[in-house]
Every structure is written in C-alpha cells, then in structure tokens.
Ligand binder design. Structure first.
Ligand code: ASC
Length: 149
C-alpha cells in the first residue's frame, strides 16, 4: 500500500467506526452523558426560575438558556452505548432492554426542547411557561422509567 491508500483506509475506518468509538472507554460515555445532562439541567433550571416567578422574566435570558437546552437535549442520547449499564451510573437496564421505548423518550425530549426554544423566542412568558412544563414532563417521564432514584 502506498501512503495515499493507507490514509484512505484510515479515513474509511474512522467514518465507519461504530458509535462506541466516539468514547475511549465506557466510563467516558457515562461521564459525558452525566455532564451534558447536568449542563442541560442548569440551563433548564434558569428558565424554570422565570417560569415559576422566582426570578423576573427576561426574554433574552430565557431565549439564550433555551437555545442551550435544545442543543444539550441532543447530546446525551448517543452516550447510552452497550456496556455502560454499570459503574457510576443510575441508568436502568431497561434503557437497553427496551431500547425502542428509550429512543422514543429521547426523541420526545428533543422535540419538547425544540418547542421550548421556539417558545422562548416569542418573548411571551405564557408561551414559555407552557413549553417549560411540557419539557419538564419529558425529563420526568424518562427519569421515572429509566433512572434509578
Ligand atoms: C429540572 C431538572 C430535571 C427536570 C426534572 C423534571 O429542572 O434538572 O431533571 O427538571 O426534575 O421533572
């Protein structure tokens, strides 16, 4: 093989690599999903403070936080890879046993987070409250079914 074909082979192997290869080790996938869920929760909580009247409503702050929530809602899903059901995790075995239902719950969260972002952009507090409640419901549904307390 010449140098070019070696490079091509390496590039192909990289592109075709399974999702597992996105993480060097199982612990990294667990750390990644916990971190991204934590960051999402922090930004979601700032919206909640406004939706629940604990801090004054500021449309720009709400929109900035909702944009982060939408992005974060897409990340953790890919880190629930095989072999990451043990260790420092509260993930229930149902995530892998009932993968279709878990995927549905993940899709639901992403859909609600997108709606939350759209609602935040309207600058209307009632829209924000409605979308906050729906998104919180998606968080809770998944925790109830797929997370150990
Ligand atoms: C939050 C947060 C969650 C959800 C969940 C909704 O603010 O950090 O995990 O809402 O409590 O029931």
């Amino acid at each position: 093989m010449n140098f070019k074909s070696i490079l091509m082979t390496m590039a192909l192997a990289w592109v075709a690599a399974p999702a597992m290869a996105q993480f060097a080790k199982p612990e990294d996938a667990i750390k990644y999903r916990k971190s991204s869920l934590f960051v999402m929760g922090q930004h979601f909580g700032r919206i909640g403070a406004m939706a629940q009247g604990r801090v004054p409503y500021d449309a720009k702050v709400a929109a900035d936080n909702a944009a982060v929530v939408e992005v974060m809602s897409k990340l953790h899903w890919a880190a629930f890879i095989e072999g990451t059901d043990k260790g420092e995790t509260r993930a229930k075995p149902e995530i892998w046993k009932d993968a279709a239902k878990f995927k549905e719950a993940a899709d639901k969260l992403q859909a609600e987070a997108s709606k939350l972002n759209a609602a935040a952009k309207t600058g209307n507090l009632d829209n924000l409250k409605t979308a906050f409640a729906a998104t919180g419901g998606a968080c809770k549904a998944c925790h109830d079914n797929f997370r150990k307390d």
